[in-house]
Design a protein around this ligand. Structure first.
Ligand code: SAH
Length: 373
């Protein structure tokens, strides 16, 4: 745990508002205008972008190619502090790290970094809270506070990438290989900023962090117009859709936005996404005991998916993670195994998601951004 005490308390009292201006929110032209307003040559904009996206630093001391006297004003104007770590919890012998961040206006979000033998994945937040109110999700219980800016999303990536490079995560110096938009918030409800962040995550340095698009996943509750819009952007990122039930009666209970876009509409949009991008879609299904884990629901899901084609989708059952006050629990092991076996029998590739971070409330659906646990 880290805490910056009084400074954070003062920030916490400030009203929710716009984050400070940041290089990662600006177009290359706007960055040039900012450095010129400080009396600096245009090429400083590219130098700063290189420090940010390639060297992963905002520290004036690292910027030895910039005259010492102008480093601080340039950093203050274009690379202000957006995220301050409030608390860091670790699990899996340090290889899973959940960080609670305080934003400049006092709002809070969480991100989770998970290191595996051959990859390191950051699960990041796209909004403070979430408006969609899925019954079993901790983030949804608190409602939406505000959207994150593009730079606030990207700053989560920069800090994680830097921690790996610096060897701060056990396993020696490493590289951030995967980014999943599966933390707090609904990325497609913060579309423009999510899209700009996606572009910068996958663009090569110094325009972006250079993470392979095929290692980037955007997870959505199923906002159909957003799925179609994303498909048309020409970015080969993977889409995940949070289905959780194959029938509208149950899905409407679990995922209220089902009343607007139902199971068939969401699956049709997911299939269109596959057709346009060629990227296999992931269907997320949090398994809840005696709620959505019956064999008939596995069969129904299998039929719905195969009816739309083969090879376009795989299912990711997620053992339900405990959320305070929730009336649901995870399915037992036999039920889960039967559910998986039935989907596979329909020819649908199915892999159960690991529950990394559940002991630090850092797993799917457990991010609430609170300091009171
Ligand atoms: N809003 C987006 C991004 C969140 S991703 C979305 O809905 O997809 C987080 C995933 O974890 C979603 O599939 C979500 O439905 C799921 N989830 C939420 N609460 C959960 C819980 N308690 N246990 C397991 N998975 C949960």
């Amino acid at each position: 745990m880290t805490s910056t005490g009084a400074a954070l308390d003062r920030q916490a009292a400030r009203p929710r508002g716009r984050p400070p201006r940041h290089l990662a929110d600006l177009t290359p032209d706007a960055r040039v205008r900012e450095v010129q307003a400080l009396g600096q040559p245009a090429f400083r904009a590219r130098q700063l972008a290189t420090h940010y996206f390639a060297h992963l630093t905002c520290d004036p001391a690292d910027m030895t190619d910039v005259p010492a006297a102008v480093r601080a004003p340039l950093v203050a104007a274009l690379l202000p502090t957006l995220l301050t770590p409030v608390r860091r919890l670790t699990a899996d012998r340090g290889r899973t790290v959940k960080t609670l961040w305080r934003l400049a206006d006092g709002a809070a979000v969480e991100s989770v970094l998970m290191r595996y033998p051959r990859r390191a994945t950051l699960c990041l937040s796209s909004q403070v809270g979430c408006a969609l109110a899925c019954a079993f999700c901790a983030t949804g219980q608190r409602g939406l506070v505000r959207n994150l800016s593009t730079a606030e999303i990207l700053e989560q990536v920069r800090v994680a990438a830097r921690a790996l490079v610096d060897g701060d995560v056990p396993g020696g110096p490493g590289r951030l290989s995967n980014v999943v938009f599966m933390g707090m918030g609904e990325p497609l409800a913060n579309y423009a900023r999510t899209l700009a962040a996606l572009r910068a995550v996958i663009a090569p340095a110094p325009t972006g962090f250079g993470i392979s698009a095929r290692n980037v996943v955007v997870s959505t509750v199923g906002l159909v117009p957003g799925i179609d819009r994303l498909a048309a952007e020409g970015l080969p990122v993977t889409l995940a859709v949070s289905l959780h039930a194959p029938d509208d009666a149950l899905r409407s209970e679990l995922v209220p936005v089902n009343a607007r876009w139902d199971v068939a509409q969401v699956l049709d949009a997911a299939h269109r996404y596959f057709e346009v991008t060629g990227r296999r879609v992931s269907v997320e299904y949090a398994l809840m005991r005696d709620v959505n884990d019956q064999p008939w629901r596995a069969d129904r899901l299998g039929r719905l998916l195969t009816a739309r084609g083969s090879g376009w989708v795989h299912v990711n059952p997620i053992p339900l993670n405990p959320v305070p006050g929730s009336r649901w629990t995870a399915s037992d092991a036999d039920t889960q195994a039967e559910f998986v076996a039935r989907l596979r029998a329909h020819g649908v590739p199915t892999t159960v998601r690991d529950t990394r971070g559940s002991d630090i409330d850092g797993a799917c659906g457990q991010l609430a951004g609170g300091e009171d646990e």
